[in-house]
Design a protein around this ligand. Structure first.
Ligand code: ADP
Length: 737
């Protein structure tokens, strides 16, 4: 049964009263007339069946008449203007059939709804003025919420004269508590009584947000039906959510009758857009207060609500300030610590004191530390597993066992928990524990037994007995406040920063180590290749002498051996050269400039002496080649290695061909060199940039260092190199700097 349902059900009981569609109740209260009219034609379409009593026109004759006939030309004009300008409707005082009325208009769906409320005796403006002043002064100078509530109750009683005025405050589960009361002496006090959430069902709470003051002028009234039931304009029952004369839920009436209440006034206390509580006034006989008095009441609750908000903000700020000092101290002391868990155990102010709690736990990298009053270590680890499944980074509950039944075993120390996840790991947590509140709460009714069964009427009704009933709050801790959550949030940021700083330190230490090792390695390879040169020159020189001066005296086998020595020492010299230039590139600084790529290539190609050394190879350089910005010496080396490879690995093609050019893509100038040589297999394409890594093995001469020099130069220029290659077809190397 949703709020949107079509018509008010015949039978509503406590089982479904949370869904009772009270906005389409189809009845008016008896102290006025509800009239619905077509907002275009101003013709009456529906009305409560008490028009004869108030207007002197029978209901039958009333339907279909024009509003003008009832209220006169000018008021209709004003209604028209309000509709056209969408400006909202002003209350209108009218005299009809010798009665004084206030007419309250509003639009609901496509109906114009008019409440004609009897005004009673006339209103004294000076009196009114005095009341407003007393409200402002009376509620002004306190910074305690209980005192403010007491004063509001007193003012309310003084101004409106109800027998009992209560200020009723909701908790986060919508259970209520009477926090202030002002009453006639002979009445029994209801101060401190608690009421289960079901007493004010959710849809009534929602209505209060729209319609802040609601009266029931006579609990024992005869509800006046609205006829016809279905609006001819919308083909639906009238939505009376905003009608002041809307009839009252029969369940609520029964509820009030059980308390012997004759009339009531309820005003919503709305703080920061949320229903904070209610001012509930009871009278033990019928009592009506008119529209203007209700406006005064609205004004009073408005001031009251604003003051609550101010006081709450003050408390929040004060708590946050106090905590912030403690927090800073903890964070400061942590700075010298290496491990967070160790550090938190040592601080002069324990972190658990940041938030009112019995104890706490730090669980970090499978290490656990407990502080103060907590469940046992194994139990806390189980709670950690429960928390790890939650999506929330910050989690809190004041009734852990309702979500995690095992917590029954340690509710004395951990009925409530507030926790947050720490760092990136899913199972690092900081937790605060709150013990069970060992208090006895007075309930206005037994929340476990909301309804009593009336055998006679065979229908459920709200509690017949309204006796004080007590329940021990089982497994419930004090509520976590917004400033507790805020403190947890900021503390979490602090600790995450701590962890991040430690990680950064660790990374930069590792980096430094790595840099040192690298430098050593460069020096070593530079030194070694340098030192190897002179003995190698010795070997080479003496082998040359042997060959030139003694080859005639030696057997052929010895001459061949000398040739092998010469070949090997030449190869070794090649390797040493390559290692030397690699270590130079690695350690060298960049000297960037702009230069012509074309000129560089011409210079380079002539040094290769292509016509003589590679007579069959055709080399094509694109016309519109881009210039280069980089270290010319290094870029020279880069091209030299790429061209050298392309020439070498395409030698065996039928008609070897090299193409060099550049393209622009995504704001980048990309150079390429394409050959029709042997190509490179897919799984070799990444490896060949490593030092000494070769894919072609022994078919071609080489050391496997050339491309690692290329990669290093590209890296130094923050560039990128990649290959497109097909074995047997050729390779294209692309790069940008
Ligand atoms: P190398 O001295 O062996 O040429 P490089 O580092 O210059 O050393 O190249 C590494 C490997 O990459 C080579 O051994 C070869 O297998 C492969 N390679 C490089 N350029 C080409 C190319 N243009 N065509 C085919 N294979 C290539």
């Amino acid at each position: 049964m949703s709020e949107e349902q079509f018509s008010y059900p015949e039978k509503v009981d406590v089982q479904n009263c949370d869904k009772e569609p009270i906005h389409i109740i189809g009845k008016a209260q008896a102290h006025g007339v509800i009239v619905a009219a077509n907002p275009k034609t101003f013709e009456v379409t529906q009305a409560s069946e008490n028009t004869l009593k108030f207007f002197g026109i029978s209901h039958k004759d009333f339907l279909g008449i024009s509003l003008e006939k009832l209220i006169g030309k000018l008021p209709v004009k004003r209604l028209q203007a309000s509709i056209a300008e969408e400006s909202g409707f002003a209350a209108e005082d009218l005299k009809i059939n010798e009665n004084n009325f206030v007419m309250l208009a509003h639009l609901s769906e496509d109906n114009l709804i008019l409440d004609f409320e009897i005004l009673g005796k006339t209103w004294n403006p000076t009196h009114f003025q005095q009341q407003l002043t007393s409200i402002i002064n009376g509620l002004d100078t306190t910074n305690s919420i209980p005192t403010l509530c007491d004063r509001a109750a007193k003012l309310m009683k003084n101004i409106f004269g109800y027998d009992r005025v209560m200020v009723y405050r909701f908790d986060e589960e919508w259970n209520g508590e009477v926090v202030a009361e002002e009453k006639e002496e002979h009445l029994e006090s209801w101060l401190d009584l608690h009421y289960p959430a079901s007493d004010i069902p959710s849809q009534s709470r929602k209505l209060f947000l729209n319609h802040k003051v609601r009266i029931i002028s006579d609990v024992n009234y005869e509800p006046v039906p609205i006829a016809p039931e279905i609006s001819p304009v919308t083909n639906k029952p009238l939505d009376l959510s905003r009608s002041a004369l809307r009839g009252v839920s029969p369940i609520h009436i029964e509820y009030l009758q059980n308390m012997k209440v004759g009339a009531s006034l309820t005003a919503a206390i709305i703080v920061n857009g949320n229903l904070w509580g209610l001012v509930a006034c009871h009278h033990y006989s019928a009592k009506f207060i008119n529209y203007y008095q209700r406006e005064t009441c609205k004004f009073l609750t408005q001031i009251f609500s604003n003051n609550i908000s101010t006081i709450q903000t003050g408390i929040f700020n004060k708590k946050i300030n106090e905590n912030s000092e403690l927090r800073q101290r903890i964070v400061e002391e942590l700075k010298i610590e290496d491990s967070l868990a160790e550090g938190l155990a040592k601080t002069s102010v324990p972190f658990t004191s940041l938030i009112e709690s019995g104890g706490g736990a730090v669980i970090l990298d499978n290490e656990i530390k407990l502080f103060g009053k907590t469940p046992k270590e194994a139990e806390v680890l189980e709670i950690r597993d429960f928390l790890a499944q939650k999506d929330e980074v910050i989690f809190h509950t004041k009734n852990l066992k309702s979500q995690y039944p095992k917590a029954e075993n340690y509710k004395k120390s951990a009925s409530g928990i507030l926790s947050f996840k720490l760092g990136r790991a899913e199972d690092n947590f900081i937790i605060w524990f709150r013990p069970e509140v060992a208090e006895t709460v007075s309930w206005g009714g037994d929340p476990n037994n909301k309804v009593s069964y009336n055998e006679e009427k065979q229908r459920l009704s709200p509690r017949k007995s309204f006796e004080k009933w007590t329940e021990k709050l089982d497994g419930i801790s004090h509520s976590w406040q917004d400033y507790d959550l805020e403190t947890a949030k900021v503390f979490r940021e602090n600790l995450n920063q701590f962890l991040l700083a430690k990680q950064k330190e660790e990374i930069s230490r590792l980096n430094q180590n790595l840099e040192e090792v690298n430098k050593d390695l460069e020096l070593f390879s530079y030194g070694i290749s340098h030192d190897l040169r002179s003995p190698l020159r010795g070997i080479n020189g003496f082998a040359q002498i042997l060959k030139e001066d003694f080859s005639g005296d030696l057997p052929a086998e010895a001459s061949e051996t000398i040739d092998t020595i010469l070949k090997s020492s030449n190869r070794m010299e090649g390797i040493i050269d390559d290692i030397l230039s690699f270590s130079k590139i690695t350690s060298g600084e960049l000297e960037k400039e702009k230069f012509s790529t074309k000129k560089l290539l011409e210079e380079l190609l002539s040094s290769f002496n292509i016509k003589i050394n590679f007579p069959d190879t055709e080399v094509v350089i694109a016309e519109n080649l881009h210039g280069t910005y980089g270290d010319r010496r290094m870029v020279f080396q880069l091209w030299s290695n790429l061209i050298g490879n392309a020439l070498k690995y395409s030698q065996r093609a039928k008609t070897p061909k090299l193409e060099i050019g550049s393209i622009s893509k995504d704001n980048r100038e990309i150079f390429y060199i394409k050959d029709n040589g042997i190509g490179i297999a897919k799984n070799d394409q990444d490896k060949i940039f490593n030092v000494f890594s070769r894919a072609s093995k022994n078919d071609f001469k080489g050391t496997g260092v050339g491309l690692s020099i290329v990669a290093r130069i590209i890296e130094k220029h923050n560039g990128k190199i990649w290959i497109e290659s097909e074995p047997g077809t050729g390779s294209t190397f692309f790069f940008y700097l």
